[in-house]
Structures are given as C-alpha cells and as structure tokens.
Design a protein around this ligand. Structure first.
Ligand SMILES: [Zn+2]
Length: 208
C-alpha cells in the first residue's frame, strides 16, 4: 500500500505485471530502427512501479470543472455534437487540433448519435487539415489519459516528411522550428473555414 496525498494505492497485480522488473532501464534501441527513422539513440528512464487505482483524470470526479465542457476562445469550430480546438501555442507542426464532444461524454458512455457523427467528422477534418499548404496527411490519436472528457487529437504531417510517419509525429511538434503566431493562426483559420463550409460554425466563441 502507498499513498499519494490522501489517495491510497496498491501495486497493480496481474500475470502481465508480475513479469516486470521495476527500477531497471528498458532498452530503447528498437526505437532507432522503426520506419520513421527519427531517433539515433534513445535512453529510457528506469521502469517505475505501477499502482492502482489510478488517480482520477481531469473532469473525472467533477465534470463541473472539466475544461473541455467550458467555452474556449480556442474552439475553432463546433456543430451540434462536436467541437475542435486548436491554436493554444505555437509549435513545429503545421496543425494540431483536439476533437471532443460538446457535452461531457466519455468513450464509454457517449450516445450512439454522437459517436455516429464522429466518422464523417474525422473525414472532414482530415480533408480540412490537408488543405493547409505543405501538408500531406492528417493523423489521429485517442489517448485520454489527461482528461476524462472524450477527445481525439489531429496532427498535420508535413509533405515529404518520412521521419514523421506514425506515432512519432506528435513528438516532432516540440522539435521542429516553431511556427510564427501569424502562420499558426493562418493555418488554424484554414481548417476552421474549411470545416464550417461543410456545416457547423467557425470560431463560435470569438467576438465578431
Ligand atoms: Zn467535459
């Protein structure tokens, strides 16, 4: 048993967990051999012990404090069920957006109506992101370890960037030369307007 503040936890125990040796440094060299060809060397931190129950995510215990539920100036598009947010800070990738239901749904409890609208929306977001000059593809991820509110990420993969293929693309945002704020806002605007052309509203919380 351990405590993190007043949060009581015990070691996670399963057949899978019992095979692990905590405190040892995993070999990260396989990451240098992946198709993305992005890493020359990788030194992993020692494997940390795993405890359960895990601490609640943002908005898990009290949806009243959920950031995804509150209006945001970074909402670049919204319709009846879904919203897209972007432009929090400049980075190296042409576009990163967060896709979330407008209401506080988790993947586990979102109504079929909301989930059914996600497929066509992903198609529209992909097409919108690819209209940014110099963008070849739009990648999506769904992690949901930080906030309980269902959300997916959309990442623009620059044209010709073979070192950005796959999951490593998200890390390149912090390593490529940072875009200017002007360029970021221009690209965010391209995506917002393209999405709104197919329905919904661009920048719903922005004063006109
Ligand atoms: Zn929420």
């Amino acid at each position: 048993m351990t405590t993190d503040g007043d949060f009581a936890q015990h070691p996670a125990d399963s057949e899978w967990h019992r095979r692990l040796t905590f405190g040892e440094r995993p070999d990260g060299s396989w990451m240098t051999q992946g198709p993305a060809h992005a890493y020359e060397s990788v030194v992993m931190r020692p494997l940390e012990p795993m405890f359960v129950p895990e601490k609640p995510r943002h908005g898990e215990l009290d949806p009243q404090n959920c950031g995804s539920c509150a209006p945001s100036e970074h909402t670049i598009w919204a319709d009846e069920h879904w919203q897209v947010r972007a432009g929090w800070e400049t980075g190296g990738l042409p576009f990163i957006g967060a896709i979330a239901p407008r209401e506080h749904w988790l993947l586990e409890d979102a109504p079929l109506e909301v989930m059914a609208a996600l497929g066509p929306l992903m198609q529209r977001i992909s097409e919108a992101v690819k209209t940014i000059p110099g963008v070849a593809r739009c990648h999506f991820s769904r992690w949901n370890d930080g906030s309980a509110h269902l959300h997916l990420w959309a990442f623009a993969r620059p044209a010709g960037m073979m070192q950005g293929r796959g999951a490593v693309l998200s890390y390149w945002d912090g390593m490529l030369p940072e875009m200017s704020e002007e360029m970021m806002n221009e690209y965010v605007g391209i995506v917002a307007q393209r999405l709104a052309a197919g329905g919904g509203e661009a920048f719903p919380h922005r004063a006109v």
